[in-house]
Design a protein. Structure first.
Length: 300
């Protein structure tokens, strides 16, 4: 189970431990508050492992540990939960490095871990459950870097689902609504990211969009964070069902409002979908260069 420092990973690790399962839970930092909390609240069956999904040596170390402890039995389930995003901005304003960071953790890290554990999963005819995001299915404003990595992850897992069927491995995707997890709901964190972004933007781009444009996106996102759901049980239950149900669903959609969102996405015209996503999430103002007052200033 990857990404157990906080949020879904931490809650799921605790839930599976209470149910009596042997859990291997990976965290970024063995001394983090989340890791300490798991040590305190879980049984000795739970094993904490340090792993940064961007580091092959970390992944290899975890693979070796799990192999050594499950060789005779195989591994029943893998939960790809670790995820990363630290940018809320238009694709043009998001540095290329941010796209790479999201792909490294959300896509390549999960791919490497999954491939490494497949021999053990095959021997047990086990399960793969992966936490993706509706942002990988729909063009949420200002989430291009994160959404593109989750789109790649969702497609990868759909491919694994089809390819691993003959081995008896079942693969499920979890596409949660907006929940309060880790730094995702910390305004101070996002404010710092905004400052870093503004400092890194080329002058020409900053001129075209305007600093107030970036400020406004950040403000709207901070407002949106207030509707994040604190009770993570719907997601934990979906992950558990993916691991244990005789016939798990291919996709789980824990969270309110996702039904209407996917209906609009699938059946209504593009412009309705775009309007809905802007109304629901972030509706950026016009970039500075496109505003009437800017044109008037230029004419003067």
């Amino acid at each position: 189970l990857s990404g157990c420092d906080s949020g879904f990973g931490q809650a799921t690790a605790r839930h599976l431990d209470i149910m009596g399962f042997r859990v291997f839970a990976s965290v970024l930092d063995l001394q983090s508050p989340g890791a300490q909390e798991l040590r305190r609240s879980c049984s000795p069956r739970l094993t904490l492992l340090q792993m940064d999904l961007t580091k092959t040596e970390d992944i290899q170390r975890v693979l070796q540990h799990i192999q050594a402890h499950t060789n005779s039995t195989g591994l029943w389930g893998l939960v790809n939960n670790a995820g990363f995003n630290d940018t809320i901005a238009d694709a043009e304003l998001s540095p290329l490095g941010k796209f790479r960071s999201c792909m490294e953790v959300n896509f390549f890290g999960s791919l490497e871990l999954t491939k490494g554990l497949l021999p053990l999963l095959r021997s047990a005819s086990g399960r793969i459950v992966t936490v993706s995001s509706p942002a990988g299915d729909m063009p949420f404003p200002c989430l291009a870097a994160y959404g593109a990595s989750k789109a790649a992850l969702s497609l990868l897992m759909d491919t694994f689902r089809s390819e691993l069927q003959p081995w008896g491995i079942k693969v499920s995707l979890i596409l949660p609504g907006y929940y309060k997890t880790g730094t995702t709901c910390d305004p101070a964190f996002w404010n710092l990211q905004k400052q870093k972004l503004l400092a890194s933007l080329p002058q020409e781009l900053l001129q075209a969009y305007g600093e107030d444009y970036v400020e406004e996106i950040n403000q709207q996102f901070t407002q949106f964070m207030k509707v994040a759901v604190e009770d993570l049980s719907a997601v934990v239950n979906s992950i558990t069902d993916g691991l244990l149900a005789a016939n798990p669903a291919v996709r789980y959609y824990p969270g309110q409002g996702l039904g209407i969102m996917y209906f609009i996405h699938r059946y209504l015209p593009y412009f309705v979908r775009d309007l809905f996503l802007k109304g629901f999430f972030i509706n950026p103002k016009l970039p500075r260069a496109l505003r009437r007052e800017h044109h008037n200033d230029v004419k003067k």
